[in-house]
Design a protein around this ligand. Sequence first.
Ligand code: ZN
Length: 356
Amino acid sequence: MLRTELDALPVEEKTGLPYSSKVRAKDNSGRDVPVMHACGHDLHMSSLLATAAILAHSKETWHGTLLLIGQPAEETITGARMMLDDGFLTRFPKPDVGLALHVGNEQPAGKVGVGAGYRYASADSLRITIFGKGGHGAKPETTIDPVVIAARTIVALQTIVAREVKPGEPAVVTVGYVQAGTKNNIIPDQAEIGLTVRTYNPEIRKQILAAIARITKAEAEAAGAQREPSIEHYERTDAVYNDPALAERLQGVLVKVLGKDNVVPAAPLMVSEDYSYFVEAGIPSFYFTLGGADPQKYAQAKVTGEILPSNHSSLFAPDVDPALRTGIAAEVALLRNLLNGSAEDLRKSMAQAKPN
Ligand SMILES: [Zn+2]
């Protein structure tokens, strides 16, 4: 299976490219928003289409079943889950191996980034509402101030990674927003905070989520809140895991087709990707990164310390040639390698290398 994402982002494109997006659309809440492929999914789609054309025109070079999928709603980490819920594994033959790539400016175009094991973190989005008791700002004795509880909670949550998680385990607890109140002399009834939690290890993930619940409840109780805070866990995705044996085999294939210098080890990142749902569904996978930066600008930026526009920026613009050419070459080579032996052989070698 080879997967591309299909979705774009509500960003106004400012790259100045002749093919800049001018599209506008309504978002889920009905707001009119600009639309841009600010995460490079357009390049992933182009790469998959070209790969499909090449393999369709060279059927004598491979055999087996190639499943090409376009996944919606990656940015909201919901599309993979929806495809699986919609019977992906029963309506189509279950893939023995899955492949996916992602373009970014971390490497210059022409190179790919590879690695085994965890590649992207799990993500959990939490909305916590703290219930106090509002009143006059000059009469705190008549209130239970949710602003103060929220402030204490935010600080206490930072002790989870610092004091509870084993040092060396990658973990992030970020409070991305806090909302409370309307006016300086009114103590509001409630406060809301929004969190994102990132980690690799499922045990650490459980530990952190439990600690968040424990600390949040205890801080409210310490302040005398009458009602327990509500914790909504509204988005989640697992970590993306590269099957180690598969990664080793396919990295060798990439070295052969792109050259040793163009296949570089890439450190795992704390960002997330809902491709993890396919891995979780039992499809051993290889996920790699595709260099997108203009090689000259990349070299210059290394010297000046300038930071190139990242994914999701209105200026994000992969250097199409060689990035696209490299993506296609990599995909074709990986698929030919996987689809050259018998499906039975592949299944056997994959069975010996299941993630645990
Ligand atoms: Zn993306």
